[in-house]
Design a protein around this ligand. Structure first.
Ligand SMILES: NC(=O)c1ccc[n+]([C@@H]2O[C@H](COP(=O)([O-])OP(=O)(O)OC[C@H]3O[C@@H](n4cnc5c(N)ncnc54)[C@H](O)[C@@H]3O)[C@@H](O)[C@H]2O)c1
Length: 349
């Protein structure tokens, strides 16, 4: 199988990770690294390379050796860059968030589908062994009914000039939620509250609630100002509960056989009811073994696989649209003083 000619666009913080993993992916042949700052692209590539550096995106798209581009530029540039690539007949992998609006993303998803081209979102966490196992556990019924999700993603983060903390960090939590939810369970409402205590002009602290069609509630807490780094998500089920602590490599996942059962009230005498309605289960905790694998290697392998096999990728444009639906609703909620905003996930189905 001949390898797929690739260009990486953007040589800032994240682009060099795409460069490194693309070079290590046999199915891809990195041809170009393009950045408005050509010198930066040159520095990232180093001296001993046959990969070309350029500031000209047009030159990259005109090169017949390039079949695909991987875009790691700021979100506001994604729409124009993706559209130009698709119109030039190139497959696209784009960093989260897919675009800055649902309406732009829908146009691109339609264009990619009409053109028979892959448009994939780099929802990196969905390719980690931990999240893949969580998906199996939830979708396979291991934890019973999903009752709640509680996600904390806080640290001293890079305060972004162009987006708030919800649009910067919550795409991770929302793409994970989208990936692990059982078939047919969808978000139905969103409320968000944010704060900008340093006067940055964009929120640095965000709290986001997502109601699901089953009545379950998911909550996401994102923060750029926390001195301690926490990356913990709890998926509470009626039978078991998954605790994912991404900062604990020895036990990233813990499966708790603990929880709360409710005894149907009708079986109890009225005097006993108040005491006995709730019973606590205190069982074992298991630590599933997970392979050590770099998620970004799996992202690029999936991108190449989708191109070669002419199939939709695991995290395609529609997954990106579903994340954007929730982010747009969150921004509307913030503007509206934190009220609950209904969401309609139709464009992403
Ligand atoms: N998947 C992840 O875990 C992850 C992590 C960090 C960032 N990201 C995403 O990656 C993207 C880039 O983020 P970053 O932190 O690397 O940004 P950055 O600002 O560090 O780098 C962006 C680079 O893009 C270049 N650029 C801007 N417009 C361009 C254009 N039109 N053509 C060519 N180059 C252009 C800039 O010169 C800059 O070097 C964002 O969408 C961000 O959300 C993803």
């Amino acid at each position: 199988m001949s390898s797929i000619g690739l260009a990486v666009i953007g040589a800032g913080y994240w682009g060099p990770n795409l460069v490194r993993t693309a070079i290590a992916t046999p199915a891809l042949q990195l041809q170009w690294l393009c950045d408005l700052d050509e010198e930066r692209a040159r520095t990232v590539l180093g001296r001993y390379t046959i990969v070309k550096a350029t500031a000209s995106y047009e030159r990259v798209l005109a090169d017949p050796a390039v079949a695909a581009v991987a875009i790691a530029t700021p979100a506001a540039t994604h729409y124009d860059l993706i559209r130009a690539a698709l119109e030039a007949g190139k497959h696209v992998l784009v960093e989260k968030p897919l675009t800055s609006s649902v309406s732009d993303a829908v146009k691109l998803a339609d264009l990619a589908e009409r053109s028979g081209l892959v448009l994939m979102c780099d929802h990196t966490y969905c390719y980690t062994p931990a999240v893949q196992r969580i998906r199996e556990l939830i979708r396979g019924g291991e934890i019973g009914e999903l009752q709640f999700v509680d996600s904390v993603r806080i640290n001293l983060g890079l305060v972004q000039p162009d987006v708030d903390v919800l649009w910067d960090l919550a795409p991770h939590d929302l793409s994970i939620l989208d990936f692990v939810l059982p078939e047919g369970v969808t978000p139905v409402g969103v409320a968000a509250h944010t704060g900008d205590p340093i006067g940055n002009g964009h929120a640095c602290v965000g709290y986001l609630s997502v109601w699901l069609s089953t009545g379950a509630l998911a909550h996401v807490h994102v923060n750029w100002l926390s001195p301690t780094k926490i990356r913990t998500t709890i998926f509470g089920g009626s039978r078991r509960t998954i605790v994912w602590d991404d900062m604990n490599p020895a036990a990233r996942l813990m499966l708790h056989d603990r929880g709360v059962d409710r005894i149907p009230g009708s079986t109890l005498a009225p005097d006993d009811r108040r005491q006995a309605l709730i019973s606590y289960r205190i069982g074992d905790v298991q630590v599933p073994a997970l392979p050590e694998r770099e998620a970004l290697m799996s992202v690029l392998a999936e991108f190449a696989g989708a191109i070669v096999e002419r199939r939709p990728p695991l995290t395609g444009a529609r997954a990106g649209i579903r994340v954007l639906e929730l982010l747009e609703a969150a921004s509307r909620s913030v503007d509206d003083g934190g009220t609950r905003i209904p969401v309609n996930m139709e464009a992403g189905s």
